[in-house]
Design a protein around this ligand. Structure first.
Ligand code: PEP
Length: 250
């Protein structure tokens, strides 16, 4: 039985004060969760406040990015060690916005994933196809390329510690959600890649989250698919009531 994960990606939204206000409201809406893991990924400057606000509630704080070197002359970058020191438990790697706007590649995803694992963080590795790729029937080829380029070099023990988020790029921030069936089909395919590269035990233990315009209104349909092990939520995680409704309805 895979334990579900509901993760919120705040992108470049919320100051430290806004983070405090969010958790004050959110924590009054969710009882200490026993049915799923909750992760929230605020921007870097709000991480310490988020850690402080959630310490007694079993909510994990994640970063949205990292650099693979432990320290050095890399202006503007943040290392895994620094994230651990700030109280993070997890980190998003290879989000499509980083691939699209900041030159993230499968190779950098692999290095970042390894660095996160080496420091004890849980990487949430994002994969997903563009609309043009889906329309050209290239979804599986894209997922295979991202899986092999970003994850195939992990050891089996490392692979067992990651989360994968399937985020079709055409569904992110567009209001256009993949149907539960489309999402489940992609998750099944990713699981088959995990079985082929690692073992069927690794594949069946792997938690794959769906991301792309998840909202309180569509969470039920997604959770009914046994292939879907949770959600990575962008826009709807910014508002305490809607993120709480997603958590409470899973
Ligand atoms: C995301 O940022 O990972 C995401 C899925 O965004 P949204 O839920 O807004 O589509």
């Amino acid at each position: 039985m895979r334990r579900p994960v509901i993760a919120g990606n705040w992108k470049m939204y919320k100051t430290a004060n806004e983070t405090r206000a969010f958790f004050r409201a959110f924590l009054s809406e969710v009882s200490r969760p026993t049915h799923c893991d909750i992760l929230v990924a605020p921007p870097f400057p709000a991480l310490p406040v988020a850690v402080e606000c959630t310490r007694d509630f079993g909510i994990g704080i994640a970063a949205q990015n990292l650099y693979w070197e432990p320290e050095g002359a890399f202006t503007g970058e943040v290392s895994a060690r620094m994230l651990v020191d700030a109280g993070c438990r997890a980190v998003i790697v290879g989000h499509s916005e980083r691939r699209q706007f900041f030159g993230e590649t499968d190779e950098s995803v692999e290095r970042k994933t390894k660095a996160a694992l080496d420091s004890g963080l849980t990487p949430i590795v994002c994969v997903g196809e563009l609309l043009s790729e889906r329309e050209s029937h290239l979804t599986e080829a894209v997922l295979k390329g991202q899986f092999e380029g970003g994850l195939a070099a992990l050891t089996p023990a490392e692979f067992s510690r990651i989360l994968i988020a399937y985020e079709p790029v055409w569904a992110i921030g567009t209001g256009r959600t993949a149907t539960p069936e489309i999402a489940a089909e992609a998750h099944r395919y990713i699981r088959s890649l995990a079985a082929a590269r690692f073992t069927s035990e690794h594949a069946s233990a792997l938690r794959i989250l769906y991301g792309g315009s998840v909202k309180p209104e569509n969470i039920k349909g997604l959770m009914l698919q046994k292939e879907i092990d949770g959600a990575l939520v962008g826009g709807a995680s910014l508002e305490p009531k809607s993120f709480a409704a997603i958590v409470n309805n899973w």
